[in-house]
Design a binder for this molecule. Sequence first.
Ligand code: NAP
Length: 301
Amino acid sequence: MSSIDTQDLALTEWHARYEAIDPASALQGSAAGKVVFITGASQGIGLATAVAFAQAGAKAVYLTARSQRALEAACDRIRRTNPNTQCAYSPCNVTSAEQVEAAVADCVKKFGGIDVADANAGRLGPWAKIGESDPASWWHTWEVNLRGAYHVIRFTMAHLIESARRWAAQGSSGGHLILVSSVGAQLLMPTASDYQTSKHAINRLCEFVQVDHGQDGIKCFSVGPGGVATDLARNMPEDYYHYLTDTPELPAGFIVWLASGKADWARGRYLSANWDVEELISLKEKILRDDLLVNRLRTRS
Ligand SMILES: NC(=O)c1ccc[n+]([C@@H]2O[C@H](COP(=O)([O-])OP(=O)(O)OC[C@H]3O[C@@H](n4cnc5c(N)ncnc54)[C@H](OP(=O)(O)O)[C@@H]3O)[C@@H](O)[C@H]2O)c1
């Protein structure tokens, strides 16, 4: 099916939140003063991430998705989680450049900037062999997953650069950009070509963000959130449901950890939320020396 065994790090794997990535304890206060913009924040991993940033003391979270009612409920949850974290939302389809641009502008108008952008909205459509797939559905997956992430990058970039400069001037870290990817990015599962190629492209896009904007202080990460039993994940064939063993709080805490600046050295790379973060840090030298966790063409075994 694939050579995934050679594309993973042999680290302790977590399936639920643990101390080092807990926004309510180890990461308490790490998001203080920060404004977080999240797409696909009405439910699932995106909502858990918004809640986690509120637990970590964010100044504000700005939530987008298509469903207004779900966004309202999500903002209520943020206010209950931390009354000191401001919350605003706007309905926004990530496939529309105009809508993403308007949501970003509204966030900046309300909260004064963006310190963390999380391109989380995603689509997993019906699985089919390429030669039997529905052309509109196949391409729609790319539109949501890749074009949507591109729009978030494109319209938040200037604000993230400003954030990186501001926080660096205070001896701290800002300008974090999270692209939610998938373990599927490196897999070759039959009938999953639309989703898995779109996530593979996201990993590469993350590398390009770093090439184009690393010198501007941007820290971009492509994040595999694990396997979480969300509406999206349950669109997989039932045979794969046994992979859905992770809580949404695991990737949420991992993303807060990334935005805290503790892994800025790993920018431009794919990281899995399942990996133990202390063990990941212990591999820093090797990862940088061997340029690991990036998309490359294999030319020898
Ligand atoms: N769950 C997993 O095991 C897993 C594994 C690997 C990767 N991921 C990735 O994790 C991310 C979050 O997924 P999830 O599992 O949390 O799924 P989910 O619970 O179904 O949430 C998906 C979110 O994306 C929003 N969304 C969908 N299409 C959109 C569009 N065109 N424009 C704007 N928002 C849109 C949805 O809200 P509306 O419908 O209201 O727009 C919802 O808020 C996705 O990128 C997914 O590929 C998940």
